[in-house]
Design a protein around this ligand. Structure first.
Ligand SMILES: [Zn+2]
Length: 403
């Protein structure tokens, strides 16, 4: 059913700023797009008293880590070597890859995630799995590139990596994301080659930056001439409004200003940062510098695919930062994610003309008299902590019910 109607309490960021908050209202759609006014389309769901929010958007998630999510005994570098790289190596096997892709897609849909910026494995064909096997979730992403300091089965030569990145760029265009894992596993030659591809196309770029102090020290050792870790990406031409950098915990003011000037995005992944003991991203400094932020699960370091889990952790971790409140968490998990992945004009809010991507959340006991949107959201997050899928009554993508 690509036309339909659903009743509930409508809560959404607006693309021009502010909130849409309409208790006891309805949303209607036709041909998969939201309509201006509540129409008479067929009722898509009869459950009453639901909180209707935009489809949740995960700005940073690793598909091949899905089965090993939550194994976080170690810090970043040993965790990568012991848990993550052996699992990613299994993705050269097509049946294994396809089985995990199906589980991963179903997990996202159950969590209310309708769009995501997804990382594949370090195999050429993994780009096709990410971009073809996860429908109906709206996905952008690509295969991981590593050409040094990596196990042989996950290492591609610089030439092979650049050739396959160029092929995927011409095949998928703006849906594809150049995905160098991080500076320690990517030569300057590879990064600069990717910078040239990015400059000549409309692909996205996604990578990691400054998650952990050992990693930052390793980069300083590998690149003694660079001003900072960020500077290595900058010199390679990899910053800009179509670039999304995960973590960004250990940055100085010059780095933050450079991110703001280039309109580069940060994917803030609080549940992952807690799991790996990476520290707190300094949100107050990031916002003061004017850097744009979206939220991500970073599964498998993050233990859950639920963006509700990430929102709750964000509110807890960043509670002391002025302006942090539940509706800001919702905005970062919807509209900001859509903008970061280049879908800001089509998704991320419940406004007419946008894709009818929405999540109907259960609100225990219904709406209370005079309750504010922040209070309503806080109550949902509190009531379903640790059993996030129970919060999700239904999920629609382009007006089609998928959960
Ligand atoms: Zn990651």
């Amino acid at each position: 059913m690509t036309s339909g109607r659903i009743h509930g309490h409508v809560l959404s960021p607006r693309s021009g700023g502010g909130l849409r908050w309409e208790p006891d209202s309805a949303l209607s759609w036709s041909d998969g797009l939201l309509l201006d006014a509540a129409g008479a389309g067929e009722l898509a769901l009869s459950e009453a008293g639901l909180l209707l929010v935009p489809g949740l958007i995960d700005a940073h998630v690793h598909m091949p880590q899905y089965r090993v999510r939550g194994r976080f005994q170690d810090a970043l570098l040993p965790w990568l070597r012991e848990h993550i790289w052996p699992e990613e190596a299994r993705f050269s096997d097509r049946p294994y890859r396809e089985a995990v892709a199906a589980e991963f897609r179903d997990g996202m849909l159950a969590a209310g995630t309708t769009a995501a910026l997804v990382w594949g494995s370090p195999h050429d064909e993994s780009a096709h799995a990410v971009l073809n096997d996860l429908a109906p979730v709206c996905v952008r992403g690509g295969d991981v590139l590593m050409d040094r300091n990596s196990p042989p089965e996950l290492t591609r030569s610089t030439e092979d990596g650049l050739r396959s990145a160029a092929e995927h760029t011409s095949q998928y265009g703006a849906r594809y994301a150049l995905t160098p894992r991080f500076v320690p596993t990517c030569t300057t030659e590879l990064l600069r080659g990717l910078g040239r591809i990015a400059a000549g196309s409309d692909v996205l770029v996604q990578t990691h930056l400054a998650e952990n102090l050992d990693e930052v020290a390793w980069v300083a050792q590998l690149h003694p001439d660079a001003r900072s870790y960020l500077d290595v990406y900058d010199q390679a031409g990899l910053l800009g409004p179509r670039t999304v950098l995960a973590h960004c915990i250990h940055l100085d003011e010059v780095d933050l200003q450079r991110l703001a000037d280039t309109r580069t995005w940060i994917a803030h992944c609080p549940t992952s940062n807690v799991a790996l003991g990476s520290g707190r991203m300094p949100l107050e400094r990031v916002l003061a510098a004017g850097v744009r932020v979206a939220l991500g699960t970073d599964v498998g370091a993050g233990p859950e695919l639920s963006m509700l889990d990430v929102m709750a952790c964000f509110l807890d971790m960043q509670a002391a930062v002025p302006g942090v409140r539940p509706t800001l968490a919702l905005e970062l998990a919807t509209l900001a994610g859509a903008q970061a992945m280049g879908e800001g004009a089509r998704r991320g809010t419940l406004e007419s003309g946008r894709a009818a991507d929405l999540v109907a959340l259960r609100l225990p006991g219904g709406l209370r008299r005079g309750e504010t949107p922040d209070e309503v959201l806080a109550r949902v997050l509190d009531a379903f902590a640790g059993r996030w899928e129970d919060a999700v009554a239904a999920v629609f993508i382009g007006g089609q019910r998928v959960t």
